[in-house]
Write a protein that binds this ligand. Structure first.
Ligand SMILES: [Zn+2]
Length: 80
């Protein structure tokens, strides 16, 4: 089993992978409709919204938390 390089989600079945392609290293939630991976700002934005919704953090706290989460993920190690 792989974990998504961009959000850390475990990918156990083909539907979890971008485009259902198990050779991809990122999940369906981190892919654009055309199958390409979302950029750092896009992912940060969606993760921030996700944390606000699921944990009730305010925008600033959620963004910080999202930045911390993403800092540990392989997709963003080489950023910048
Ligand atoms: Zn993902």
């Amino acid at each position: 089993m792989k974990n998504c390089v961009a959000c850390g989600m475990p990918m156990s079945k083909p539907e979890d992978f971008a485009m259902g392609d198990i050779s991809k290293d990122y999940c369906v939630h981190c892919a654009h409709a055309d199958g390409s991976m979302q950029s750092y700002p896009e992912k940060l934005e969606s993760l921030t919204r996700f944390i606000v919704k699921t944990q009730g953090f305010d925008e600033t706290a959620a963004r910080l938390s999202a930045e911390h989460m993403m800092a540990r993920l392989p997709a963003w190690q080489r950023r910048g």
